[in-house]
Design a protein around this ligand. Structure first.
Ligand code: HEM
Length: 393
């Protein structure tokens, strides 16, 4: 099994893992995002991973970390095996995810195990279906209102986009009565800020309880045409913090799709490939596992650094271009913006419908695209803005 030298272990942390952590894994930090874009931090990270593969070959690369077994995957085929064999022997509920997500969703499926995980996963799969509610109608409504604002101000900024997007998200998850409950999603944002620090930030149980109470009042209405209406409030209450949280990623992906002139669901897929909102997919083995002729111990943390697999110029001719034609069945097993296998994002199809509706409603009224190939590896969505163009209708 390849083991990284001390210097390369240092490089893996300094150039790949820590910059990703610094941007904020659970909620992005605007100043760090701006700096990361300026330095093209992800380009440095991808180049570092490419050098690791040249130096050590395709097998998982173990880092020299005392007391922990950590392996970086370097081979696309290994990525598909890792994801296909989840949650056993490769558990989604890794110690880092548990430490982070416990701040705001201690009962979320992603950090659950065993029978509980199976039950919660089934609930997510059953509820997060685009055909069960009119998500398209809700998003089209909010997009039209947003366009009125854009026409009068002459520009679409991240802030105005995000306000409209959160209204749509609250309506989809909780119902129309929650449309204006900005405080709810602001409380969640504070908790997510703590989650960025995982173990390093104390849990604020008081705030979490207040957030839960407020969320429950919305859920108990079980408003028609909302996800809340599709299952008992007690079950939904455990999963809804993740759903709300994850709509943030869908908004980011939509704004970036606008920046590349994307359209339709393939535009959303591509935006998520080019700038994966889950840059690090983690799994933790529950038993010893065999890789390329060697064993890795139980408790090994496996790291899939998605930008490396999605932007590898040596393998993918379209690495830094907008390539909508590769979706929905990509030619490579490691193009995994929504993960894959039994732990694949259960919200994917709902996201594709909601985000592409927003994208397609806005794009004809804005001066896009603003970016051309080779597309930047880091893109700060907070700084994106688009001028309105004069169209009727
Ligand atoms: C562009 C938007 C989104 C992207 C790119 C995305 C991507 C992902 C990825 C990569 C994972 C796997 C995480 C891991 O293995 O650690 C995941 C899990 C999950 N996502 Fe999404 N997601 C998005 C939006 C959403 C939305 C809006 C919802 C719900 C409404 C959602 C629900 C979930 C759930 C419940 C899981 C956990 C699945 C499990 O543990 O089996 N996602 N998502």
């Amino acid at each position: 099994m390849a083991v990284a030298s001390r210097l390369d272990t240092g490089r893996a942390f300094a150039k790949v893992l820590l910059p990703t952590l610094a941007k904020g894994v659970i909620v992005r930090r605007p100043p760090v995002m701006a700096m990361a874009e300026k330095m093209q931090a992800d380009a440095v990270a991808v180049a570092t991973m490419m050098r690791f593969r040249q130096r050590y070959g395709p097998q998982p690369l173990r880092l020299r970390v005392t007391g922990r077994s950590i392996a970086l995957l370097l081979d696309p085929v290994d990525v598909s095996r890792l994801l296909a064999d989840s949650p056993s022997p490769f558990a989604l509920a890794t110690r880092e995810k548990k430490a982070a997500l416990a701040h705001f969703q201690p009962h979320g499926v992603l950090i659950s195990t065993g029978e509980e995980r199976a039950r919660r996963r089934a609930l997510n799969e059953e509820v997060l279906r685009p055909e069960k509610i009119d998500a398209q109608g809700i998003v089209a409504d909010e997009a039209d209102l947003l366009l009125r604002h854009v026409r009068s101000s002459g520009v679409l900024t991240w802030d105005s986009f995000a306000q409209a997007w959160w209204r749509a998200a609250r309506r989809i998850v909780l119902g129309s009565f929650a449309r204006e409950d900005v405080e709810l999603t602001d409380m969640l944002k504070t908790l997510r800020g703590h989650a960025n620090w995982a173990y390093l930030h104390p849990r604020r149980e008081g705030l979490r309880r207040r957030f839960d109470g407020r969320l429950r009042r919305h859920l108990e209405r079980r408003e028609p045409n909302s996800l809340a209406s599709l299952a008992p409030a007690d079950d939904v209450a455990e999963q809804a913090p993740h759903w709300l949280f994850a709509f943030d990623a869908a908004g980011i992906v939509t704004m970036r799709a606008l920046a590349i002139g994307g359209s339709g669901q393939a535009g959303i897929w591509e935006s998520a490939r080019l700038w994966p909102t889950t840059p690090v997919i983690l799994r933790e083995s529950t038993e010893p596992t065999h890789w390329h002729g060697a064993w890795l111990p139980a408790g090994t943390t496996f790291v899939v650094f998605a930008p490396y697999f999605h932007r590898d110029r040596e393998r993918l001719p379209y690495a830094d271009e907008y390539a909508p034609d590769i979706w929905p069945t990509p030619p490579e097993p490691a193009l995994v913006p929504f993960s894959g296998g039994p732990g694949v994002c259960p919200g994917r199809d709902l996201v594709l419908v909601a985000a592409s509706t927003m994208l397609d409603t806005l794009r004809d009224h804005l001066a896009v695209p603003t970016l051309h190939a080779p597309l930047p590896t880091t893109l700060n969505h907070f700084a994106l803005s688009f001028d309105a163009v004069n169209t009727t209708g």
